[in-house]
Design a protein around this ligand. Sequence first.
Ligand SMILES: [Zn+2]
Ligand SMILES: [Zn+2]
Length: 436
Amino acid sequence: MIRSRLYSLEPKGIGTPFVESVISYITRLADKHRVTIHTLLNYELIPELNKELSCSISPKLFWVNDNLRKLLGGYKYSTAIIKVLEKLTLRNDLFYVNLANVIYNRKSIVIIRRRRAWCPECLKESEKSGYIYEQLLWTLQIVKCCPKHRIYLQHKCPRCDKSLPHSSWRGKNGYCNYCGDFLGQYKIKNEADETDVEVSIKIEIFLTKLKDLSINLCQITNGIRYIIDQKFNGNCTDFSNYLGLDRFTVYSWYGGVCIPRFQNVVLICNIFNLDIASFYNNHFILKDIQECEMIKNKDIFQTYKAKVNRKLTDEEKNLTRNILISYLNRDEEPISLNAITKQLDIDHKILRKYFTSECKAISLLYKNYRLNLKQKRAQILHDEIKNIIIDLNKQGLYPSFEKVMNFIRSRHCSYGGTDSVRIVWREVQKELGMYY
Ligand SMILES: [Zn+2]
Ligand SMILES: [Zn+2]
């Protein structure tokens, strides 16, 4: 029989939404071996990680700014640590303890909390069962409350009032890293908000489906497009207004340039009443999408506004250029550059800096269009006044300026002020040989 190098410790809560996090698992594993988490990482896990990734990570890496959260998803270590743990414990069910396959890129690491959060009631329950563990659910920024106990998660040690890192050298699950107090012994009274509970429940369901999920970026784009096409007739602006999102963000999602972050996917799923896993797999039907209330709180979405106003990535540049070109080539009446910057929600300075020639072309197109419009209007006014004067003449009446003006007003012509009418009035009389 092959023996595993480390205890083949069973992760807590597997197959349930209350599965433990990889950090909690490593902490328990260290505890089982009667070593500190620091020792386990340094002497067992990191050498294996280095083999797995053929690199040399310094053990210090995970303790600087609490980089331990990199093990939870979004980094190469996140997938590798699971392989390493499975190899050393000879288990095959550790897949669930982090979010490596949900967090598709480094930027998405923001969905993981920087500091620890916990539900005191859940900690109390796990203490009674003999093994204190911390849930993966709690590591997610978007999860504000415990779906089981419907109370808000705690962020500060009630005794020393400090916010806690995910772990420390001698970290213990369920205990404060500083004063060593048990974090589950205090009662929280206030109930969580219904919306917050709903979001937590959505994620809770999602975590049980992790294993069958393979996230394909195209499918996320398809899901977004599907909603926009079916529900908003393909109009990105309507969709962005509906959700209170930045327009440019939606354009870039629709164009597949940016992928909505997990956080935003969760909120979109919540608004359209979709299951998160089925959204990722594109296995949702539109019947599920119900009419929902306009979202009042716009801040819940993380918009890319700030990013757009800074520097544009190559992809964003390409997308923006394509949008600008489409404005140049469309059949509808041209719009001003100012209106475009408002629609795209980009600072006009940035637009002019990156897309000088396109911006010039758009401005010129709009200028010519306006000029053309002006000339047309002037021609119409000219013709109108001429007709009036000829009519008055036929009736044997003197075409005084007041009479012409009255006609112009009664016919609701756009005349651009009395002065312009007076000029045209003189011109026409000259033309007809009546002016002296
Ligand atoms: Zn709880
Ligand atoms: Zn404390």
